[in-house]
Write a protein that binds this ligand. Sequence first.
Ligand SMILES: [Zn+2]
Length: 256
Amino acid sequence: MWKSLRILLLLLVLAAVALDAWLDRIATQSWRETLWVGIFPLNGDASPQAQRYLAGLSAQDFAPIEDFLAREGHRYGLQLDLPVHIELYPQGGQLPPALAPGAGPLGVAWWSLKLRWFALHASQVPGRAPPRIRVFVLYHDPSVLAHAPDSHGLQKGLVAVVHAFADRTMNGSNDIVIAHELLHTVGASDKYDLSSGAPLFPIGFADPDRRPLYPQTEAEIMAGRLALSAQEWEMPRSLSRVVVGRQTALEIRWTH
Ligand SMILES: [Zn+2]
């Protein structure tokens, strides 16, 4: 009797978790109303440079991401003027849990649970409605850190952690990273070689039919880089030279 009750309870919890993930998916992939995305800026390295940068940050700095998704959405026939609205929240004081390098599947699962728990609390800002998708952006002084740590976007939990540079001249590339992780949360997968960083052909190319194929002039957002040749690739300066490729559009249900 008690044993079956325990099993029933466990099944109910699992069903609730599955239902929750399914509802999140429907809400973020229907594209019938504007999706609210919250940016939660953080001082990633406790540096004065990042603090100065954060003081000058405004919602306008993220407008290119809204414009990019509106422009690309229209290209796929989306009947929505603004697919994504970005809302800037005040700077937070606590950093999200870090994923240990080389963490196994169990370590990743545990980290993602901790991250969701963190996001639940960190996105409660008095007087502000919580957004559907939470993006925590950790700004670093570029003179201290040459390469930003890996950023992550999770579809389960609708939360992303982005490492960005506290330098206004790098706003364009920061926006590319934020848009990339944001699209992970709505179901897009990576389209670059995880070991070399090379865009995958054809799905990671903005124009896979181009003749000659190289150099590509634009990047696919989930590849993040445009191929200059078979051996060279670079990140564009801004989202004006980035597109949402057909495979990504399929994954996020912009097209069928
Ligand atoms: Zn990615």
